[in-house]
Write a protein that binds this ligand. Structure first.
Ligand SMILES: [Zn+2]
Length: 424
């Protein structure tokens, strides 16, 4: 991917030109061994049914040695620049590959495809132009190592082991040891259905980082997400992400009950689900849509919004809207209950101050939302009203959230009481 590869690719182009007859024989030439599995599979496909002639005319020649690679050791994503000789210093097509669990999903894309033009994904074409042509690329953009990773189109899911550390002064904070996995979540990209006829796109079994292949011949099918959520534009990859989060949520009793209760109450109806970019996560009652911010793709954030969804299913719109602060507190306490029982969780940007607030509530009530021995509801209600609620009301986000005093003390946690009644 470095300078050497750029130069090599340019030399190759210079020596063979872009003539199709010359390119056919070296179509699969490459010197990055990580790409072997993908290329062996593609050339097998080509032997069964020749497609590279058509592909060259349509898209150009793949510059394998300038491939932009994202590899977390478990999954690999490749962006292979396709050079057609018509645009001198610009890459306008790419071949996308995603290798995961013995499966390669792949498709060619053009910069002016309707799913690309005007979207964030344009960025990757600029990046590839830079990798191939260096600072001479016609966009004039120069990329450092970090800029490519900080874009929101590519989502990094962290799987973390949380360690809560207590300090002498009594505060607690999270230390997390994380491994990360990369995903592509833009729902406008449904690469499996792109160009099914050309041979340049599809799904191959037999990929995988260890090259061993895998006997599973089935495409991914959603197990949980589509039972309660819908989004007609979602790719399998997007559903897979939601499923992983729901999987995690259901490892914990309160989460499993929450999912099942929502499913039961919806009785076949579906709630809209979408990923939003820097808009903040939220459950929007008015259009029955759950938004998960791409910066918060973790089970903890999803659980919070699912609590709100559940709350709207158990009470009237009026009662929900007139007790938003109570409901917010309950959703946050549900997170606390969830996280306490979690040994392995998606990255939770759960701040110490927030954790300490919930821990102080946990001094009065247990993990099922019931008063602890020795606590009484009046002092708990006063504690919430005078010490906890003002903290939230002093923030911009929650200053206008109504705190319903008639739901004093433990009655603000009634949904948690129901959800955990059969938990240990
Ligand atoms: Zn909330």
């Amino acid at each position: 991917m470095g300078q050497a590869h750029q130069k090599e690719a340019l030399d190759v182009m210079a020596s063979r030109g872009i003539s199709i007859s010359a390119s056919l024989s070296c179509f699969f030439n490459h010197s990055i061994s990580l790409l072997d599995t993908v290329i062996i599979n593609l050339s097998n496909i080509n032997e069964n049914q020749e497609f590279i002639g058509e592909f060259l005319k349509e898209y150009g020649i793949p510059l394998w040695n300038c491939t932009y690679i994202i590899d977390d050791g478990i999954e690999q994503t490749y962006f292979v620049p396709l050079y057609n000789g018509q645009t001198s210093l610009e890459i306008t097509s790419l071949w996308f590959f995603h290798v995961s669990e013995g499966k390669i999903i792949y498709a060619p894309f053009r910069r002016d495809d309707s799913s690309i033009a005007g979207h964030e994904q344009c960025f990757v074409f600029d990046l590839l132009s830079y990798l191939v042509f260096g600072e001479e690329n016609s966009s004039g953009l120069v990329f450092g190592e970090k800029s490519s990773l900080s874009r929101s189109y590519l989502i990094t899911l962290y799987e973390c082991t949380p360690v809560c550390v207590s300090s002498e002064s009594g505060g607690e904070y999270w230390y997390e040891d994380c491994v990360y996995r990369n995903y592509w979540v833009d729902e406008t990209w449904n690469w499996i259905t792109v160009n099914p006829g050309t041979g340049g796109g599809g799904v191959i079994d037999g990929g995988g980082s260890n090259g061993g292949g895998n006997s599973s011949g089935n495409d991914y099918t959603s197990t949980f997400a589509t039972q309660i959520f819908q989004n007609n534009n979602f790719s399998e990859n997007s559903w897979e992400i939601v499923d992983k989060l729901l999987d995690e949520i259901q490892e914990i009793c309160i989460g499993a009950t929450l999912f099942n209760q929502i499913k039961e109450k919806l009785d076949g109806e579906k709630i809209g689900f979408q990923f939003v970019v820097s808009d903040g996560s939220g459950y929007v009652h008015s259009n029955r849509t759950l938004n998960l911010d791409v910066d918060q793709i973790n089970s903890n954030a999803l659980l919070h919004e699912m609590m709100h969804l559940y709350q709207t299913l158990t009470e009237t719109e009026f009662s929900y809207e007139s007790s938003l602060m109570n409901r917010e507190l309950e959703a946050r306490y549900a997170q606390y209950v969830y996280l306490q029982n979690k040994s392995y969780l998606a990255r939770a940007p759960y701040e110490c101050s927030e954790w300490n607030i919930m821990a102080s509530i946990n001094d009065y009530i247990d993990d099922k939302g019931h008063l602890r021995e020795g606590s009484d509801n009046d002092s708990f209600a006063a504690f919430l009203e005078y010490q906890i609620i003002p903290i939230y009301h002093s923030t911009d986000t929650y200053e206008n959230y109504t705190y319903d005093l008639s739901q004093s003390g433990t009655s603000s946690f009634s949904n948690i009481q129901v959800l955990t009644q059969n938990c240990d």
